[in-house]
Design a binder for this molecule. Structure first.
Ligand SMILES: NC(=O)C1=CN([C@@H]2O[C@H](COP(=O)(O)OP(=O)(O)OC[C@H]3O[C@@H](n4cnc5c(N)ncnc54)[C@H](OP(=O)(O)O)[C@@H]3O)[C@@H](O)[C@H]2O)C=CC1
Ligand SMILES: O=C1O[C@H](COP(=O)(O)O)[C@@H](O)[C@H](O)[C@H]1O
Length: 491
């Protein structure tokens, strides 16, 4: 069958035998092939330092795809045809001489070159320089790099400078995989295609916003990486601040990458700095202890495989974030994310202000504000909680809150929701940067987060403990209760 696109590309995948490539990138590429979105002639060079060959890698990938892809989406003939596009190159990324082999493989006459660095960030600069020395950099090269870009502002600048020495900003595709989620992109449609919401989206009408990104899993054998990062670097600096930006930004003038990214940067610049005296009221950090997950006992963070028993790294963060601009003055954003919480759940709740004059039963006043619940994952969709009269002759004018419900899988006829990496790889192939993070976004996010981390270190306070399978330290409940509010629970 002829592919639906003519964006032929050569994809060099550095770190092709690593966790990300095997678990996310190859399955996403397979799905693009299955959807007939990989152009004829597109090829993939899997690059790693394990002694094996093309046949061995194809065999291993076939097994892996069979394990990872849902049985009803796995088509052996598609997988085998897809794997014919894959070749293997043994290479130590530190060896400049080895890069000439990459240049020989490239089809510079016909194909765009995509360089995907699924490697530790310390390798990004090395790979870029070695590619340049090998003559493997052209204007038609696009470079994809993974988060985290550094572990603070300074280190992110070093990485960005190294990349910037070789590539222009419009060649760099910095991944934040949350931007590849359909429901996250839908925030743009929700806000700017529905004037109903667009006209109500400010401090005149919204009292506060909640963003929860809860994970049921622990650190999944990634202790070595995670312990140096912690939840604030792993999740807040990127995914949660990106979500906050999409909710808080002003309307972009169009859908171009820079129009959207300009608006996000304005939000990041307007985040109120959290100073040491604010820490107790604005920030909670936690670390899980042993508990249960899915009904099974699970170890605490300090008992995980490879753990350093004295670690004070946080696995949970809750923050009260204020945005100092006209639109959001006085509207706190309560954001929280943690590992080993009761369930996997990402949702955003927009709490609208009550009507200016209340005329109903005083006992029901607490009900009288609309909420928009945006379910990012799972059970993707949204519900607008509205107030109606309770039905029945004996109910008088009692109020009742009920949802206007939009469940994507039901309304849109159970269309398959593509994985974030499918969308992101597809956009790289088309050369669209709007779902990728610009350098100044990364740096403003680090600047704000670094301040919080510095305050933690200065205070010397250990993280508060919470049992695995609970919603984090009680202090996170106290943080929001102090403002006369509570974390939303769907009851
Ligand atoms: N895994 C995930 O879910 C996520 C990962 N990321 C990011 O993606 C990137 C990759 O992560 P992940 O796949 O987990 O990491 P892995 O360590 O599993 O994979 C990295 C790969 O790079 C290879 N590598 C490292 N140095 C060299 C070298 N000098 N020469 C040749 N090969 C080398 C490693 O080879 P070897 O095995 O021989 O050391 C390994 O196969 C990181 O930046 C990470 O932060 C981001 C979000 C999620
Ligand atoms: O980037 C990361 O994201 C995952 C959570 O992603 P999701 O798509 O499953 O919501 C997180 O577990 C991981 O620690 C972090 O590095």
């Amino acid at each position: 069958m002829v592919s639906k696109v003519d964006t032929r590309c050569d994809l060099m995948l550095f770190g092709a035998l690593g966790d990300l490539a095997q678990r996310k990138l190859f399955p996403a590429l397979y799905q693009l092939a299955r959807a007939n979105l990989l152009a004829e002639g597109s090829r993939i060079l899997a690059i790693a330092r394990t002694e094996t060959d093309t046949a061995g890698v194809r065999e291993q990938l076939l097994d892996r795809l069979q394990q990872v892809i849902r049985p009803d989406e796995f088509d052996r003939s598609v997988a085998e045809a897809f794997l014919q596009r894959v070749e293997y190159q043994l290479l130590d990324f530190n060896d400049p001489d080895g890069f000439s082999a990459l240049n020989n493989w490239r089809d510079s006459a016909h194909n765009e070159l995509i360089v995907y660095m699924a490697t530790p960030p310390a390798m990004y600069g090395v790979i870029a320089r070695n590619l340049r020395t090998a003559g493997c950099c052209t204007d038609r090269t696009r470079v994809v790099v993974e988060k985290p870009i550094g572990h603070d502002l300074e280190s992110s600048k070093v990485i960005n400078d190294e990349l910037g020495e070789v590539y222009r900003e419009n060649q760099l595709f910095r991944i934040d995989h949350y931007l590849g989620k359909e429901t996250v992109q839908n925030l743009i449609a929700l806000r700017f295609a529905n004037n109903l919401f667009a006209s109500q989206w400010d401090q005149n009408h919204i009292s506060h916003v909640e963003i929860t990104v809860a994970e049921a899993v622990g650190i999944e054998g990634r202790w070595g990486y995670f312990d140096k990062a912690g939840q604030i670097r792993d999740m807040i600096q990127n995914h949660l601040l990106q979500l906050l930006c999409l909710i808080a930004m002003d309307p972009p003038s169009d859908l171009s990458a820079d129009s959207i990214r300009d608006e996000k940067v304005k939000v990041l610049k307007a985040l109120r700095e959290i100073t040491p005296d604010m820490m107790e009221r604005y920030v909670v950090r936690g670390q899980y202890t042993a508990g249960t997950s899915g009904g099974q006992p699970v170890p605490g963070y300090l008992e995980e495989e490879g753990a350093n028993r004295g670690s004070e790294t946080e696995t949970f963060v809750a923050l009260k974030v204020e945005i100092d601009n006209w639109r959001w003055s006085g509207v706190p954003f309560y954001i929280r994310t943690g590992k080993r919480l009761p369930e996997k759940l990402s949702q955003i709740i927009i709490h609208f202000k009550p009507a200016p004059h209340y005329i109903f039963d005083p006992d029901q006043k607490h009900l009288a504000n609309n909420k928009l619940i945006i379910r990012l994952q799972p059970d993707e969709g949204m519900a607008l909680k509205i107030l109606t009269k309770d039905q029945g002759l004996d109910k008088g004018m009692r109020l009742r809150q009920g949802p206007l419900e939009l469940t994507f899988s039901e309304t849109f006829d159970a269309e398959r929701i593509p994985d974030a990496y499918e969308r992101l790889l597809w956009e790289v192939m088309k050369g669209n940067q709007y779902l990728f993070v610009r350098r100044d976004e990364v740096e403003h996010a680090w600047r704000w987060v670094d301040r919080v981390i510095r305050n933690w270190h200065d205070s010397g306070e250990p993280p508060k403990r919470y049992a695995a399978g609970t919603w984090g330290p009680v202090a996170s409940i106290a943080m929001i209760t102090r403002d006369g509010r509570s974390w939303y629970e769907d009851v």
